[in-house]
Ligand binder design. Sequence first.
Ligand SMILES: [Zn+2]
Length: 586
Amino acid sequence: MKNQIRLSLVLLFGLALLQSCSNTIEGDLIITNVNIIDVKSGDIDSNMDLIVNGEKITSIVEHKSNANYKAENVIDGSDKFLIPGLWDMHTHTWWGYEELFPLLLANGVTGIQEMFGDLIAVKNIKDKIKNGEIVGPEYISAGRIIDGKPPIQPGSDQADTPEKGREIVRRQVNDGADFIKVYSLLRKDVYLAIADESKKLGIPMLGHLPDGVSLNEGIKAGHKSLEHFIGVLEYNLKDRHHYHDVMEGKEKDTTLLGNNTYVKMLEYMVKNHDPKKVDSLIAMLRDSETWVSPSNVVNRAYSNQTDSAISQNKYLAYMPHYLQENWKREPYSDRMYDAMKAHYNLSLSIMGRMQDGGVKFLAATDYGNPYVYAGFDLHEELQIFVDVGFTPLEALQTATINPAKYLDRTAELGTVEIGKIANLVLLDKNPLEDIKNTRKIAYVLQRGKAFDNSTLQHTLDSIRNYNSLPTVYEELLTVVEKSGVDKALERYEEIKQNESGKYTFDKFQLNLVANALLKEKKYKDAITLYEFNNKEYPNYYYGYENLGEAYLEFGDTTKAIQIYTRAKELNIAEKPLRILENIMEN
Ligand SMILES: [Zn+2]
């Protein structure tokens, strides 16, 4: 009898153990009973349990109703849809990461390709993400844009000979660039040298296809991604050789060059568009390794800046104050808006056909530019793709599996599969039925760390509330004008001590006041404020850049060199090195 009891106890215990083994699911985080979208095929695996350990998806199993979950975080995925985290493939975060990364996260954007990097700053930001100091996306970055001499964008690296181009590529690779970004005014021979050097060093080259370079030549040179659709409509021109030769300065054509060159180029592209060339364009791109990253939202924003739907959009409230200030510009001429709109609409009119023909597209916003809203506008970009004829699945691919293929990182990114990094977005509704559903976010996972909707919403609300406060900048500007700089600094201290919660109070504010004074050529006052702000925020790079500029304008080169040297020693940015080089050269 005793033995029998013992035996049945053993049996019972064994059964219980067996049962607990089969029904217990363990992990750091588990999403239960969820619909997993396969972004490659559009298939949906329903009723699955997905297990995350650390930063990775370690298991995906069929859901059992009687399962026993052992995890720090169990998320009920019932009736919800799981997609990979989204990529924005053209961004300009600069030093705004503290303000902009939360907007990305709240919108399910878990990866970005930064297009104009300062490699020291980039390294600092990457380190902060890596050691958990901030929550940030997968982050790959170019160094400084490489353009001709003089360049379009201030602060670009400038190459006017093939050897200089090669030298810059080598330096940027050495400094940790993830890819090389080229720009519109590079001469063809310089561009080809940059392409060749990049190929030799095994680093991707992409960006604006230079105006003098044809699409055929760019593809042959290994141009990896065509930004903003540049190069595409050029290919369709009735006489593209003439166009590129004019741009290279080999031929003359006043309908293209001279005053208003940019508007003329846009008009020329629309007027001389040859629809018969579209088929060969598609075939060529399909058979190439080159991707197309049209960044429709930025093209739309530029051509519609006077439209309040763009410039007074509800998302403006989430943009940091310094960006909003920066975006206020004189409107372009009507002719310019007409040309930009016509060019944009022509681009849209062939995009659906290109996708159907097998051209490879990437989703990108170009945020940082006026009225392009970081995070939010990635969803707009997907919507535009659908509007021009992509299926919702194809649109979704441009921000998930396509970036992973493009980056050659399909082993760890781009789909919801075992072994991949847990960058995930859990949606309340099916995005394959309506692409708008990518905005219905229940959870975002960044490398296994989960953020629920109410946390994300709370973050967004506090950003909006903060941005809606009166600014220290405006308050102090009034004081300066009435009573001078010393009184303004007294007021600053007063606000800092007693009223900081009542104002937008950040590192940009005093510099904005100083910038305004600099414009009025009140050098001493501006310098006093810059100096003060640098003490307040010793790691704020623009503080040094602006102060150095003020000294240069004031004619005190020695002092400027001191400031840039100080910034260089702090190792917060690469730019002081380049400025110092320039000062020494000239
Ligand atoms: Zn850009």
